[in-house]
Ligand binder design. Structure first.
Ligand SMILES: Nc1ncnc2c1ncn2[C@@H]1O[C@H](COP(=O)(O)OP(=O)(O)OP(=O)(O)O)[C@@H](O)[C@H]1O
Ligand SMILES: [Mg+2]
Length: 496
């Protein structure tokens, strides 16, 4: 790096005075030339002089300017794009002109500095000046755009080594923040589609589910466990590479209907900014078809298979003839594929599904999350539940007192101490009655008046409690009667 100390003192002082004289001369020349010399000639002389002396000016300038052109070798320059995003948040008080835009994919309006506006940024006590320059190439309408970044030369290493990587990382995070999530499902236009081997098409719409971990009525410990697990998963790229494991994680969400399984998936997607692929196994023709469909999903996504126990797949009992998770493209599998039975909606086997979860080819992708949901965990094949298949089993259960508090705050904006009597009554009832968060939410939505809504919830839980007790009694009497009948039959058999 150039430094004045490297130059002999007398040489430096003579060069500096030469440069100072030249700068003064240029200033006087420019102001005189403005009055006496016509414009094209003036520009020519001025640029020729600057060209002649530019090496000298560079030598004495304390500043360095980096240029980031929009395109580099026909492809977009990532630093340019990152700077464009990064500088959106750096609008200073001196800014006079802003560029405002909104594209269909963006959730909100983008506001950025317009061309030639200077943006001052500071990083690690380094002052940096950005400027967007637009030049129109003469002779055609092509526009050349680039960012200029100026700073003191002595900071060159830190700017290149730390500041620019910081700009790239910040831009990536900001883009993630802006990302509009998508939920993908597979179109089934007709049953022919199901039997059409090549159909791997996913259709998508924006995922605008408002569920977040803040709005989920979950036990604090469970919530923390899930959030930490997700955070650990996304931060472990190198770890997965090191241990030679595919970078994916499987969650099994189980619990009664209305306890928040689907809402939790939406909360996970919103938290990670991952798209969701909602796979209905009914739309899949065979194991090899399943592979192709899954291969067409993208990285950083959550693959969801809901109600896995209800799917018309052989998941409740593993296929005996393919016990060893063998590749389903085997000859016998192909044989059966050739003759689709019209009445068989889908013939995905559990081994085909398990192949995807931990088979070799499942590593074709990064940052994949797989979520299965079920109301009846006990119905699932143990192969699906064994350690390593589904990394985390999450039990979502009936509403607890802490769950109720979250829902009351979400739906009515109230806390325990606002309505101590009614909240206390609900909490007491919830401890002894099984009510789902969905039922509680439904009751709380019935009125804007918190007292009315809470009283409605109290009445609902009392009614449910009475009904449950009545059902239990009925069941008990039925059991008693059955037992008595069995004993009577036994006696009559012996007498006979
Ligand atoms: N734990 C929860 N926290 C917050 N809201 C919840 C929770 N559980 C259920 N809800 C509310 O109830 C509605 C239904 O919940 P959700 O669809 O997530 O239940 P589910 O467990 O997927 O039910 P199913 O087994 O029938 O698919 C949601 O829209 C949400 O408003
Ligand atoms: Mg659901």
């Amino acid at each position: 790096m150039f430094s004045l100390n490297n130059v002999m003192p007398e040489t430096a002082s003579s060069m500096f005075s030469a440069y100072a004289s030249f700068a003064t001369f240029m200033m006087v020349f420019r102001s005189m030339a403005k009055d006496f010399i016509p414009d094209p000639l003036r520009t020519y002389i001025s640029s020729s002089l600057s060209y002649l002396f530019s090496p000298l000016s560079g030598l004495f300038s304390f500043y360095l300017t980096l240029a980031f052109y929009e395109y580099s070798d026909m492809s977009r320059n990532q630093v340019y794009d990152a700077a464009a995003v990064y500088l959106e948040k750096k609008i200073g008080p001196a800014t006079q002109r802003l560029r405002v835009s909104k594209t269909p994919r963006k959730k909100s309006m983008g506001v950025a500095n317009d061309r030639d506006e200077e943006v001052i940024d500071t990083f690690d006590n380094i002052k940096l000046k950005w400027r967007l320059v637009t030049e129109t190439k003469t002779g055609n309408n092509n526009r050349l755009r680039y960012f200029e970044l100026s700073f003191r030369k002595k900071h060159k290493e830190r700017v290149m080594g730390s500041y620019l990587p910081h700009v790239l990382a910040q831009a990536t995070a900001m883009k993630q923040e802006e990302k509009v999530l998508k939920i993908y499902t597979r179109h089934i236009l007709s049953w022919e589609d199901v039997f059409e081997d090549g159909n791997t098409e996913w259709g998508s719409i924006n995922l605008e589910h408002p569920a977040t971990f803040e709005t989920m009525a979950l036990e604090p410990d469970l919530k923390r466990t899930i959030v930490e697990d997700l955070e650990r998963f996304v931060s472990r790229r190198e770890f997965y590479k090191k241990v030679g494991k595919a970078w994916k994680r499987g969650y099994l969400l189980y619990g009664p209907p209305g306890t928040g399984k689907s809402s939790l998936i939406a909360a996970m997607a919103n938290f990670l900014k991952f798209d969701v692929f909602d796979l209905e196994l009914a739309s899949i023709r065979s194991d090899s078809h399943l592979k192709r469909v899954l291969l067409s999903t993208t990285n950083r996504s959550i693959l969801v298979i809901e109600d896995i126990d209800c799917c018309k797949v052989d998941v409740q009992k593993r296929k005996h003839d393919s016990d060893s998770d063998s590749d389903s493209d085997s000859d016998s599998d192909l044989e059966t594929e050739k003759k689709p039975k019209p009445n068989t909606k889908t013939r995905v086997t559990l081994s085909g599904l398990l192949n995807f979860i931990d088979g070799l080819w499942s590593s074709c992708g990064d940052e994949r999350i797989i979520v299965f949901t079920t109301n009846r965990k006990e119905k699932l094949d143990p192969a699906l539940l064994r350690p390593g298949r589904m990394d985390l089993h999450i039990h979502l259960s009936y509403c607890t007192t802490s769950g109720f508090r979250i829902l009351a705050s979400n739906y009515l904006g109230i806390h325990d101490d606002n309505r101590p009597r009614l909240c206390g009554e609900v909490e007491g009832l919830i401890k002894s009655t099984e009510v789902t968060p969905a039922e509680v939410a439904e009751e709380l939505m019935k009125s804007d008046d918190a007292d009315v809504a809470l009283q409605g919830l109290v009445n609902f839980i009392i009614k449910k409690k009475i009904e449950t007790e009545r059902d239990m009694k009925k069941l008990k009497t039925k059991k008693k009667r059955r037992r008595r009948r069995r004993i009577r039959n036994l006696f009559s058999f012996h007498l006979w």
